[in-house]
Design a protein around this ligand. Structure first.
Ligand SMILES: Nc1nc2c(ncn2[C@@H]2O[C@H](COP(=O)(O)OP(=O)(O)OP(=O)(O)O)[C@@H](O)[C@H]2O)c(=O)[nH]1
Length: 256
């Protein structure tokens, strides 16, 4: 059964910082935010986790394999190298949505995102190593079928972007409310979804729903593992099977 460890990463008091003493140059904010994401992604990724940029001031990570000491080290390292600091909320559950809700609540209880006295909070608990299993994380890797032929090589780049974003918006809402899952756009035409224990029929229903609602055809590979990396890597292999066989849903543990 899944037991997803989710970390909410929140930049402390970021809103006020962006305009103090004067509004800061937008290009500088974009550069800082993307470097911060890159550093967090690398730190968490080196420990088997995934980080999603989400809103940049709030990022969401799947951190199975990261201890609370690892989290504290991340805070220290970012605090030493960036003009901003991070607060982190950590929680676990069979439902990724519930785990994220719990992680969020921990930070909200510690203070507002714009409270200048709430800095570098680390709230919550990590899964002890002894309790980790090979199916703690379920990751679904979705992509748009033949995005290159249907969109990238046909429409202007902005109209392609609209189509892809429409597919993402419908999928993220549906996976959140119908299947308790967290979906994140990761570039190109790809969406990575952090799921509870879902089955083939759930993924078939989700791809059919998106096709029906916004006319975007998607395929999905699904994997399970001890960490986001292990599950996500299996999902990528399953997606390759979709591409090779022309199927819409592949579960790695069924095809392996
Ligand atoms: N983040 C991420 N992006 C990917 C991955 N695979 C492909 N992409 C992105 O998706 C874009 C489209 O590539 P594909 O999905 O292979 O192309 P496609 O035309 O949709 O072809 P099919 O997927 O075979 O239907 C690429 O330009 C990349 O930006 C991946 O594993 N991770």
């Amino acid at each position: 059964m899944t037991n997803t460890q989710v970390t909410l990463v929140q930049i402390d008091n970021y809103g006020p910082w962006t305009v103090t003493p004067e509004p800061r140059r937008e290009a500088d904010l974009q550069t800082m935010q993307s470097r911060l994401f890159a550093d967090i992604s690398q730190f968490v990724g080196n420990r088997g986790g995934y980080t999603f940029f989400t809103r940049f001031d709030n990022m969401i990570a799947v951190t199975n394999g990261c201890s609370l000491e690892d989290h504290a080290l991340l805070q220290e390292s970012i605090g030493n190298r960036y003009p901003v600091s991070l607060s982190l909320g950590v929680a676990t559950g069979t439902s990724p949505v519930q785990a994220l809700s719990d992680a969020t609540e921990r930070l909200q209880d510690a203070g507002s995102a714009q409270d200048e006295n709430r800095r570098e909070c680390l709230e919550g608990r990590a899964i002890a190593d002894d309790y980790r299993t090979g199916d703690d994380v379920q990751i679904a890797h979705f992509d748009v079928v033949n995005a290159t032929g249907n969109y990238t090589d046909e429409l202007n780049a902005f109209d392609t972007f609209i189509e892809i974003e429409q597919g993402y918006a419908e999928l993220m809402r549906h996976m959140r409310y119908a299947h308790g899952s967290l979906s994140f756009f990761v570039g190109g035409d790809n969406v990575i979804v952090v799921c509870p224990d879902l089955e083939r029929a759930d993924y078939e229903e989700a791809t059919a729903h998106v096709a029906e609602a916004v006319d975007v055809e998607m395929q999905v590979g699904v994997g399970r593992g001890k960490s986001a990396h292990e599950a996500g890597y299996d999902a990528k292999h399953a997606l390759e099977t979709c591409r090779a066989d022309g199927t819409r849903v592949e579960l790695e543990w069924e095809t392996a």
